[in-house]
Structure formats: C-alpha cells, structure tokens
Write a protein that binds this ligand. Structure first.
Ligand code: NAD
Ligand code: MG
Length: 382
C-alpha cells in the first residue's frame, strides 16, 4: 500500500491520479489533498478518498470548505504556502504527486525532499526555476524524482535497463499544438478560445497555452536537462503530430528506444506511482493499422520562438531559466485575461529575458528574487 499526497488534486493531472487510485484501492491510500480552487470538487474528493488533511489557497477558502463538509470525513484544513508545504511533508505519506501549476510547486517540492518523500513530478516549472538546487537536494536526501510529464516518463522508461553513460541523444517529441499548420500572418488573430483547443491532450489552461506557443516544449527541454543530466544541445525537439511516440532515447551504438501509447496522462502518472509494476488501466493500444504512419519533423522556430528562448536560457543558466518561466507565467495569464494578443507572449518573454542580468549559481533566495523581478518586469512591459 502506498500513501499519497496529491498536490493540485482538482486539476487535470490531480483528477487523473485520483481515477487511478479509484481503480486500484488495494494499492493506494490518499493522505493529503490540496487545491487552490474548485471547492465543490475538493469536497467530493474528501468524501470519497478520506484524506487526513487538505490545504487550500487562503483562510477564506479554508473557512468556506469547512462549512461545506457534511459527511463523516473531517480532515484538518490548512491553507496558503505553509499549508501546501505541510501537505507535501505529511508524515505518513510515501510519495508526493506534485501537480499544482506554476511556480507554486517549488517550495512544496523542497519540503517533500527535506522530509525524504519521493516525488512524482508533473510540475515542470519547479525544475525550470531551480533544477540545480532541487536535483542536488534530492540526491543529498536520496529522494527519487519520478517524471510524470509524458515525454520525460517516456525517456525514463526508454533508459530503464540501459546504462545512462551510453545515452547520446534525447528526441523530445511535441504534438505541435493547435497552430502547427497556422501561417504566421494569422497568429495576430488567435483568440483565447482557439489557443485552449489542444488537438490531442486535455489539460489545464496554463499548459494548454504553453502547448500552443510551444513554450511547453521549451520548459520540457530544461526539465529534461535536469532530470537526465544532459546538455540541451543533445536534445532534439521533433514535431510528431500523432502524439503516439512520447519521446525517444538514442544510444552510442546508434540504437534508438521509444516509448509509445495512446495520448492519456494516466499511463505516465500510474507508472510514476507504481513503478516498477505496471497497472491495469483499461487503456487500449494505439490503433497502428488505422494510424498507418507516424511522422516527425523539425519545429518552425520562426513561427514559434519559444524553443530558442529556452535554449538561450540553457546557455546562460543561473537565474535566466527562472526569469523565462516567470515572464511566461505572467504573459500567459495576461493572454488568458484578454489583456494582450497571442504573439505578445513571445515578445514579453523575450524582452524580459533581454533586460535581465543573469546571476550565476543563484541560491534559493536568488532564484525567488529573479522570479519576482521577472514578474514585475513582464507586468510593466505588458
Ligand atoms: P490544472 O490547471 O488543471 O490544475 C492545477 C491544480 O493546481 C488545481 O488543483 C489548482 O487548484 C491548483 N493550483 C492552481 N494554482 C495554484 C497555486 N497558486 N497554489 C497551489 N495550487 C494551485 O493544471 P494541470 O494541467 O493539471 O497541470 C498541473 C501541472 O502538471 C503543471 O505544472 C503542468 O505543466 C504539468 N503537466 C500537466 C499535464 C497535463 O496533461 N495536464 C501534462 C504534463 C505536465
Ligand atoms: Mg509533456
């Protein structure tokens, strides 16, 4: 029996994880749940999964939630940053699924590591912001960071049974998002609604916009650098519109290992929570005869400058990836709030990065300062 803390329980990853718990009650027990919002859903999750404690965004939401609970399960209710940290470090938890969105994941990730809890990591922003610090601390505390992002799960699975020193190249696949075939001239007309319609995956709003700008692949490039200790130059991004090959690993002898499956995050979440076992997931295989061909091509970095911005952040290292991440979060929110257009997202990130004097080897407070500086800068540019 594994005891779970699920941070971001009401989101796309969180609800998929709870679907897996529901399918395998003999394997998993939920100890803590957290959410920022959607209290009605959190209430139903509390009744069904009976956690010991829950954490929500603020004191107001904590009071509201307490008033909504009618069933016999009455978990401790805490709130705010300290509440999320408590949920991540909960004593009886074995593994923390980090599935909140954005920079809010960083402090709970560090708290889980300090409490020697393994992490199933969906929240890629944590490694983009502070990958050196997080990975070093995980090594020091002998904590496993298990990838949940489908591409990184694929890479992880394609390395299993091989020797890391034989890895020469990673092929990071991307669906290309909803604007894969949209000409650059039409980008100015792209609306919030167009950008939220992902062709293959159903996800939260922020990552859906990141997928539309291809910044999601930029964030994943940096995530892979940290998870697999590889230089960004040895990671090739490939547009693969069918989203069947979730990523590949090339070895020194020219052999390439790929992991495939239908595009459903449950596979990667379940593997991180149950490895080395594989769980029955009622999932079917890709219908290869019907799909007929799997295609790959290079991304168009003129239409989608995000990948180049992420590579620039990799080259400068230090505080630059945190600055890129923060500028992206602010720009995506401004686009979602209809305060600016789609192409402005690229402009704001690029201009914020250009204004930043990169700090080498920042400590945690240096990272947080850079994050806050970038948020203020991006807001002022907007
Ligand atoms: P989502 O928006 O659907 O859910 C986010 C969850 O985090 C919700 O429970 C929300 O209440 C909570 N939350 C939001 N803001 C918060 C804050 N400031 N503090 C604490 N909690 C907060 O997001 P998602 O699509 O499930 O993605 C979650 C993370 O997983 C992201 O980092 C994303 O990049 C990553 N990821 C998602 C997918 C996917 O298919 N959805 C795939 C790979 C990686
Ligand atoms: Mg992914």
């Amino acid at each position: 029996m594994k005891h779970l803390s699920i941070l971001g329980a009401t989101g796309s990853i969180g609800t998929s994880a709870l679907d897996i718990v529901r399918m395998h009650p003999d394997r998993f027990q939920v100890k803590t749940l957290t959410a920022a919002n959607n209290l009605p859903l959190l209430c139903r999750q509390i009744a069904e999964f009976t956690p010991d404690m829950v954490a929500v965004l603020d004191a107001g939401k904590a009071r509201e939630l307490a008033g909504m609970l009618t069933g016999p399960c009455r978990p401790d209710i805490v709130f705010g940053d300290s509440g999320y940290v408590q949920a991540a470090a909960w004593d009886s938890t074995d593994i923390v699924l980090l599935a909140m969105v954005g920079s809010a994941g960083l402090m709970p990730a560090l708290a889980a590591i300090d409490a020697k809890k393994d992490i199933a990591l969906a929240n890629k922003e944590t490694l983009v912001m502070a990958g050196d610090i997080v990975m070093a601390r995980a090594r020091e505390k002998k904590v496993s960071i298990l990838p949940v992002d489908s591409e990184h799960s694929a890479i992880f699975q394609s390395i299993m049974g091989n020797q890391v020193r034989d890895v020469k190249q990673i092929f990071l696949t991307a669906s290309g998002g909803p604007f894969r075939n949209t000409p650059k001239e039409a980008f100015a007309e792209i609306t919030r609604e167009d950008a939220l319609k992902h062709p293959n995956w159903s996800m939260g709003d922020k990552i859906s916009i990141d997928s539309a700008t291809l910044m999601n692949k930029g964030l994943e490039l940096i995530e892979a650098v940290h998870l697999f200790d590889i230089c960004h130059e040895n990671i090739q991004v490939l547009i693969h519109p069918q989203s069947i090959v979730h990523s590949m690993v090339g070895y020194r002898d020219g052999s390439v290992m790929a992991q495939m499956g239908v595009p459903d995050m449950k596979q990667a979440i379940a593997f991180a929570l149950s490895l080395p076992d594989r769980l029955d997931l009622d999932m079917g295989f890709p219908d290869f005869a019907q799909i007929q061909s799997l295609t790959f091509h290079a991304p168009d970095t003129l239409r989608f400058p995000s990948l180049e911005l992420a590579r620039e952040a990799c080259r400068q290292k230090g505080s630059m990836p945190a600055v890129m991440n923060a500028a992206n979060e602010v720009a995506v929110q401004a686009f979602l709030d209809r305060r600016m257009g789609f192409v402005d997202i690229f402009r704001i990130i690029s201009a914020t990065m250009a204004c930043h004097t990169c700090i080498d080897n920042p400590d945690l407070s240096g990272i947080i300062e850079a994050d806050q500086w970038a948020r203020a800068k991006a807001e002022s540019l907007i």
